[in-house]
Design a protein around this ligand. Structure first.
Ligand code: NDP
Length: 332
């Protein structure tokens, strides 16, 4: 079995940066992420938004920032596993950790860094009649491939950026796009909402009551005006429910770390109460420090956590490795 110096849980910006920094410190690293693409919230929640508060980038598209981070994370060839979820950790008799995943895999490691952000992001469900029955048979929560909606009559539920963006993305390929929203104010960018009204049929103050089908596929959606309760039956081939994401921490609260709500408590060295287990980024709450859920803060926390972990793995190593600009490994 491969033994790692560090297993990094979470492939968002902080986990990706930590993976790079672990490589810089010659640590054998494994990065595990539950989503099907690395980048965390940058790719799952707001890929097309500009980010302005990361040093060195006066403005960068979230998706592009994620790509740069992935490239940097891969610089020292770490092992990476996506679509896999760290389910449980256990201490071994030789003072190491076993990280067990939902895929039934077990990884042995000297240290663990938890950079899991808000946890595994799962789409919120509406609870409408027929919603579960027709999941993946016409009911979706996200758009994986635009092509799947070619020539389809699509109904989208929601008034946030995701819902409106899907409407704008699918309008050119779908037969028709209808969007319903439960009020007349949208959370989505104003400019996108303006475009929305040009390409889709929009019913504000409307909600989804029921999804109907022939047993195999969605054929109709029943929507209602939440002020008058008047119902409309729409002939549709697909219903995209885009009402936000929830963060799921799974079994993490049972791992034995001291937590405050959804946060893992760490000290100034990013250490949890468990030996060799660190946390950084949005999931970490540092004692005595203000919590700023910013990528910039997470990067700093990752560098501290990795440096402390390096010293834990190799007590002879120095805590601070020096500046990358002076390192041989970066000299071309
Ligand atoms: P949001 O939370 O922004 O929007 C969810 C929408 O669903 C809201 O309009 C909400 O209505 C509606 N909703 C929630 N629950 C229900 C319900 N039970 N019944 C009916 N409607 C409901 O989630 P998103 O996934 O759209 O976006 C998440 C984050 O990611 C946001 O910060 C967003 O800006 C960002 N994002 C950015 C993108 C971009 O920049 N292009 C693309 C995608 C996401 P109400 O408004 O009434 O609460």
């Amino acid at each position: 079995m491969t033994e790692y110096d560090i297993v990094i849980i979470g492939g968002g910006p902080v986990g990706l940066y930590a993976t790079f920094y672990a490589g810089l410190r010659d640590m054998k690293a494994l990065l595990i992420d539950a989503q099907d693409e690395l980048g965390g919230q940058l790719v799952t929640l707001y890929p097309e938004k500009m980010v302005y508060d990361v040093g060195g980038f006066p403005g960068i598209l979230a998706y592009e920032l994620a790509q740069q981070l992935v490239e940097q994370a891969k610089m020292f060839s770490p092992d990476i596993r996506i679509k896999e979820w760290a389910d449980m950790i256990e201490r071994t008799s030789d003072n190491m950790w076993m990280v067990k995943t939902d895929k039934g895999n077990t990884f042995k490691t000297k240290t663990i860094l938890i950079a899991a952000g808000i946890g595994r992001m799962t789409p919120s469900r509406l609870g409408a009649k027929g919603e579960i029955e027709y999941e993946n048979k016409g009911v979706y929560y996200t758009v994986r491939r635009k092509k799947d909606f070619e020539g389809k009559r699509v109904l989208i539920v929601g008034g946030g950026d995701a819902a409106v963006d899907w409407a704008l993305t699918l309008a050119p390929v779908a037969k028709s796009v209808t969007l319903i929203h439960r009020r007349d104010q949208f959370r989505a960018h104003e400019r996108s909402v303006k475009q929305l009204f040009q390409v889709a049929t929009v019913y504000t103050w409307h909600e989804l009551k029921e999804v109907k089908g022939d047993g195999n596929r969605v054929t109709q959606a029943v929507i209602f005006d939440n002020r008058t309760k008047d119902e409309k039956v729409l002939d549709v081939d697909a219903v995209i429910i885009s009402i936000g994401f929830k963060g799921d921490l799974g079994n993490m609260p049972k791992w034995g770390m001291n937590m405050k709500g959804r946060d893992i408590i760490v000290n100034a060295r990013m250490e949890t109460n468990l030996p060799g287990v660190y946390a950084a980024g949005d999931i970490a709450s540092q004692e005595g420090a203000p919590k700023l859920a910013l990528i910039a803060v997470g990067f700093g926390q990752a560098a501290i956590a990795i440096s402390v972990a390096k010293k834990y793995v190799d007590p002879n190593a120095s805590l601070f490795a020096g500046h990358s600009s002076e390192m041989d490994k970066f000299k071309k």
